[in-house]
Design a protein around this ligand. Structure first.
Ligand code: SF4
Length: 474
């Protein structure tokens, strides 16, 4: 059974390194700012978002029919189509295809689905070498880490640390951290892996039901090499990656790169429509809990996610606490919606890794109401009794306070006095992490309630509000 993962503890460990946390915050804010400039440069941006949202809602509502249409058209193009109910089935299907080729060397471009299914360890346990070919993913693979971001998998690693990793695994100059030099070393290393590989695995950004084809977007061209050099190409996709028509693709391609990295388009937008002559193309369609999310009125629209990462780049919690603090394949706001759907108890803390500021919802190119869904998760987690005692006790105390005006007034009066009279060390210490970076404002001498009563000549707040409303003609 998976252990319960607590975001606050992991976030605290990351934030303890103040300069790294600030650097990470700044790096992601830079990407978010580029996204804003790109979005503002398109007058039709909001119309594109609405159209994308409607296309995804239509696709998810009609998913069985659209999937069947895709399967029929893909097969007509000579593609082998496989269906996997869960991660284990997906991994076994991929392994069987690889084994049929007597292959032992696989190159893989970025695919969050294969991360979700833990494909690499499965293949490696069966004697297959898997090389991630996206530069960021290769860096984290060498370091034995998982990606910390769905678009920028190594965003948590500084160039000096990349230099150390490459010196250890690729034999580059110790201490070298020039990005140009390191990228060239990675290029040479990966080129030989591409040439040796017998099977190439890619993800899928969009699969088009009307044509039976699919599209993979990268900035490095690694998916193209991985799909073109080996004789066998396996494309792994979640069933939600479909769009109905080819004409719909333009909407998503315009939104994806602008939202993800602030580019007008990804450097490579590669279309695959059937195998090359003498080669094989396989598509593995994976459910792995997606049908369950589709059945849920509250979270269905989360299946529209196009994995652009914009919600992560804008999230004040993600930027400061880092992707690994979520302990989930997909971190950030969308991960905090999807992960509890897979295992509510294990990921119970994620919907609380959120200030409910709504910035994620504002930037989402497919208009997923992320912060509303996070709030709904909080309600469901509380009603399932999954909250830790510390949180439920605090909630109960707060609820009791707000239900009893006299106790609330007394607590306020005591609090104001305590803040004025107690030594600072009693207020700002390890028991009050909120106060590590912030000072409370000077407490007022009297509460708003007592000010009101004085200035309203003894009338109660309720009466005062009523008389105020009457004066306003309400
Ligand atoms: S939820 Fe929206 S903003 Fe976040 S990754 Fe998905 S599409 Fe992008």
């Amino acid at each position: 059974m998976a252990t319960v993962s607590e975001h606050p503890e992991k976030a605290a460990a990351y934030i303890a390194d103040r300069s790294r946390s600030r650097w990470h915050d700044g790096a992601l804010w830079f990407v978010r700012s580029k996204r804003d400039r790109m979005a503002h440069s398109l007058p039709e941006w909001e119309r594109l978002r609405s159209t994308a949202s409607q296309i995804k809602a239509h696709t998810i509502a009609n998913l069985p029919e659209i999937l069947q249409q895709f399967e029929a058209n893909a097969k007509a193009r000579g593609v082998h189509v496989h269906w996997a109910a869960d991660a284990q089935e997906h991994n076994e299907i991929v392994l069987e295809i690889v084994r049929k080729q007597n292959a032992t060397r696989v190159v893989k471009s970025k695919s969050m689905l294969t991360e979700e299914c833990h494909l690499n360890p499965h293949l490696e346990a069966n004697g297959i070498e898997v090389i991630d070919t996206d530069l960021g993913e290769r860096i984290v693979q060498m370091r034995g880490e998982r990606p910390s971001h769905i678009v920028l998998p190594a965003i948590h690693i500084k160039k000096e640390e990349v230099g150390e990793t490459f010196a250890k695994y690729l034999g580059t100059e110790p201490g070298a951290s020039d990005p140009q030099y390191l990228t060239e070393a990675a290029r040479q290393h990966l080129r030989s892996k591409f040439l040796e590989a017998e099977v190439g695995i890619t993800g899928v950004n969009f699969a088009i039901a009307e044509t039976g084809g699919f599209v993979v977007c990268t900035n490095e061209g690694n998916a193209d090499l991985g799909a073109s050099l080996p004789r066998v190409h396996i494309a792994c996709m979640g069933i939600e990656k479909l769009i109905p028509r080819l004409v719909d693709l333009s909407v998503f391609v315009r939104l994806l790169a602008r939202s993800a990295t602030g580019q007008p388009i990804t450097t490579y937008t590669s279309h695959f429509h059937g195998p090359r002559p003498g080669c094989e193309l396989h598509i593995v369609l994976v459910d792995n809990g997606r049908s369950r999310i589709r059945d849920s009125d509250e979270f269905r629209s989360a299946l529209g996610c196009i994995r652009c990462g914009a919600c992560m780049n804008t999230c004040p919690v993600f930027r400061r606490s880092g992707g690994h603090s979520y302990d989930a394949v997909v971190p950030g706001p969308i991960g905090s919606v999807l992960s509890p759907a897979a295992d509510t108890k294990q990921h119970r803390s994620l919907p609380y890794a959120c200030s409910l500021c709504g910035s994620c919802t504002d930037v989402c190119p497919v208009k997923i109401p992320l912060h509303h869904q996070l709030l709904t998760w909080r309600q469901q987690i509380a009603s399932q009794g999954l909250l830790p005692v510390s949180k439920t006790a605090a909630m109960r105390a707060g609820s009791m306070l707000f239900q009893h005006p006299r106790i609330y007034a007394l607590a306020g009066a005591l609090g104001r006095r305590a803040l004025r009279w107690l030594p600072k060390s009693w207020i700002y210490n390890r028991a009050n992490p909120w106060g590590l970076d912030r000072d409370l404002p000077e407490p007022p001498v009297e509460s708003f309630r007592s000010w009101w009563q004085t200035n309203r000549q003894g009338t109660s707040v309720d009466e005062g509000m009523k008389s105020k409303g009457a004066k306003n003609g309400k």
